[in-house]
Design a protein around this ligand. Structure first.
Ligand code: C2E
Ligand code: MG
Ligand code: MG
Length: 669
């Protein structure tokens, strides 16, 4: 605008001068002394002079009008720009201010009032620093100085007092305003209220380091604290600490029966109890005397929840290893008081593993892992216990980890193979079915189920292993039924692992395999051990009924090892009892066991169940069992579990069929 004004001033000054000059020129023509005799070239008449000057005046006027129109256009454009600028600043969500060199706000946009409560008048009357948090003022001043030096200031965050007295977080950037002479005349400041964004960021940061349920530090934060403790112990050899790994025993069962909402609420209360146990443990271990006999500071501890029903505690500045054991004891006693959930009393125990710092400890995750290994040892030894980690546990844990990873690879490499063990009818000595059993064929040896099934179950791999096995065994049985027709047809027994039994859609999965392989469901017998069936009788009854609805047969495996009475089995839709090997091997020499076996067989028959005797390896056992009325038997006496080719040969001789002919006949079908 100033440029326009300058130009206009020059234009008018120029016009005045030219007008004066021309007027003087015209007037001077009337002076008599101008009529001097001249040479031919300049000998112009008065009339010609007047014409020439009038033409000049006309030209000049045209030029002036043109310039004037130009200036008007520029002025209009500037006014439009002004209007746009005003529209933007007045409507912008950001707060825009113009501050002069004296630090006064000469303009503030209406957003100030909307966001911070101050009117433009109030802001104009105060210094631009007044509402800024005293701790942030020097930073703001510095940014303003640098904006004046460089033209644009850095983006800056500071606190601004709202009119209601609360502090708001502001993000701000400043740009310098220069005059025509290039001098800085002030700053345009654009401010944004980022309070909500900051809060959200803080929440996110909190979420990254704290557990949402209990608000305790999570694993990440715990690892950080632990790593710091490790660093301190490196510098100060006398600084000792321990990690406690706490796992609530059978929490899954509680969670399943109470529902997840109550389970979560219970976890929060467990966390509170543990925390209170830690506070008590501090006072409990006092007075702790240091080497000079003075009372030591209380134990410093961090409680965290890495996930699920697990908690970890870092106990720092241990004086004596017994300090940590006392903390563990205190926590266990705190948890022993029953919890009341939905008018039910719930008694909890926790297994605790402790890992102490050592000069070799340098990795926080390793220390937590050691404490966890010790916790598993404690759990194994009986619930509610406490164990301290030692190196022996480490080698067991390493072996276990190796086994897990080998098992995963084995599944990929298809190293699991189905073996078949015949089940014989004691009435006619013929094979009525096979039990399908897994073998793990490693390059150097065959691994028996006892050495891998439990681990495969714990890590969930059994689901894949068994679904493959089911499919293969059903398919193979179909082939054999074609090769060796019999009445009733050959059937197949398959074991259900605990993890499978925990699948809500087990029946659907089995149904799919039956449909895929085309086997008659009544020729399939699924075995579930007594222990799994009895763990949650109500649920078992439901799952077993679903399976039964598919038309398959069901057996209780290893019967007699689960301390359940036969009457409890009545609620289950099972067809067969398999008496555990332990009874069969003892019964010849132990009349009491023989009496039990006899009772089981009689009671089972009364319940309408058939009985299989497992683990028969002597003819005398067959004799005894036949006398007792047992109809089916399985054991090394008849055959060990064998591979498919051997099983086929055994079946051919049992059915008294020529194997090549049977094969050819089956192929022609
Ligand atoms: P189980 O279901 O009770 O299977 C019978 C086990 O007793 C088999 O051991 C069999 O070899 C063994 N056995 C049979 N007769 C005799 C005998 O006369 N003397 C002796 N000493 N043992 C005999 P195996 O194959 O080692 O399987 C052990 C257990 O592993 C099985 O017990 C079953 O619970 C489980 N298992 C095996 N394969 C699988 C599988 O594919 N899936 C699942 N879920 N479990 C399996
Ligand atoms: Mg079995
Ligand atoms: Mg068995």
């Amino acid at each position: 605008m100033r440029q326009v004004e300058g130009r206009e001033w020059w234009l008018w000054a120029f016009a005045v001068i030219i007008t004066l000059v021309l007027t003087f020129g015209i007037l001077s023509l009337t002076f008599p002394r101008f009529h001097l005799p001249t040479d031919g070239l300049y000998d112009l008449s008065l009339q010609e002079w007047v014409r020439a000057l009038a033409a000049l005046v006309l030209l000049f006027d045209i030029y002036t009008v043109y310039q004037h129109l130009q200036l008007q256009r520029i002025r209009r454009q500037l006014a439009e720009r002004d209007q746009i600028f005003q529209l933007i600043t007045e409507n912008a969500a950001d707060m825009i201010a113009v501050v002069d060199n004296g630090g006064r706000r000469v303009y503030t946009s209406p957003a100030y009032e909307k966001l911070l409560g101050y009117t433009a008048q109030e802001l104009a009357e105060t210094s631009s620093l007044e509402q800024i948090h005293p701790d942030d003022r020097s930073r703001v001043l510095k940014a303003a100085e640098s904006a004046k030096l460089t033209g644009t200031g850095e983006r800056l965050e500071y606190r601004f007092r709202h009119k209601d007295g609360s502090w708001r977080e502001i993000e701000s950037s400043a740009s310098a305003i220069r005059g025509t002479d290039g001098q800085i005349e002030g700053l345009v400041i654009v401010n944004r209220d980022i309070t909500d964004r900051k809060l959200a960021e803080e929440k996110l940061a909190h979420h990254a380091f704290y557990d949402g349920l209990t608000n305790l530090p999570n694993r990440t934060l715990f690892l950080d604290r632990l790593q710091r403790a490790i660093a301190v112990s490196r510098r100060h050899k006398e600084f000792k600490f321990a990690v406690l790994f706490i796992d609530i025993d059978d929490f899954r069962v509680i969670n399943d029966s109470l529902g997840h909402t109550s389970g979560d609420a219970l976890l929060v209360r467990i966390a509170e109890r543990i925390a209170s146990g830690l506070r008590d443990a501090d006072s409990l271990s006092r007075p702790r005397k240091d080497s000079k006999g003075k009372e030591g500071p209380p134990l410093d501890s961090t409680l965290a929840r890495p996930g699920g029903d697990e908690f970890v505690v870092l106990v720092e500045e241990l004086h004596d290893p017994s300090d940590a054991a006392r903390v563990a004891d205190r926590i266990q006693r705190r948890l022993a008081t029953p919890f009341e959930v939905r008018n039910q009393e719930i008694v909890l125990t926790a297994s605790i593993g402790i890992a102490f710092s050592s000069p070799e400890s340098n990795n926080a995750s390793d220390m937590i892992r050691d404490a966890e290994i010790a916790m598993y040892r404690a759990k194994h030894a009986g619930k509610g216990g406490c164990e301290v980690f030692d190196d022996g546990m480490q080698s067991v844990a390493v072996k276990r980890l190796r086994l897990e990873s080998d098992l995963r690879k084995a599944l990929e490499l298809d190293e699991f193979q189905v073996y078949y063990q015949p089940i014989i009818s004691l009435r006619d000595g013929h094979i009525v079915s096979f039990e399908a059993l897994s073998r793990w064929r490693r390059p150097d040896r065959v691994v028996m189920p006892a050495d891998f099934i439990e681990v495969a179950d714990q890590i969930g791999l059994i689901l894949n292993i068994n679904s493959k096995l089911y499919e293969e065994a059903c398919r193979q049985t179909g082939v054999w039924q074609g090769m060796f027709p019999s009445n009733p047809p050959l059937s197949i027994s398959m074991n259900i692992a605990p993890k499978q039994f925990a699948q809500p859609d087990l029946a659907e999965q089995v149904g799919r395999i039956l449909a895929k392989t085309g086997i008659e469901p009544s020729c399939v017998d699924l075995e579930i051990t007594e222990t799994i069936a009895m763990a949650d009788a109500e649920r078992s009854a439901k799952i077993l009924s679903e399976l039964k609805a598919l038309g398959v047969r069901l057996s209780i495996d290893d019967f007699g090892t689960g301390f359940s009475s036969l009457s409890r089995l009545q609620g289950f839709p099972v067809d067969t009892l398999k008496i555990d090997r332990a009874f069969i091997s003892k019964m010849e020499n132990d009349p009491e066991t023989a009496a039990i076996v006899k009772a089981i067989i009689t009671l089972a028959h009364n319940l309408g169940l058939s009985v299989v005797a497992e683990g028969i390896d002597r003819p005398q056992q067959v004799e005894l069992l036949t006398q007792m009325g047992c109809e089916l038997a399985q054991g090394f006496l008849f055959s060990k579990p064998v591979d498919v080719a051997t099983a086929e040969k055994i079946l051919a001789s049992d059915r008294d069929v020529d194997l090549p002919k049977a094969k050819a006949a089956a192929n022609n079908d």
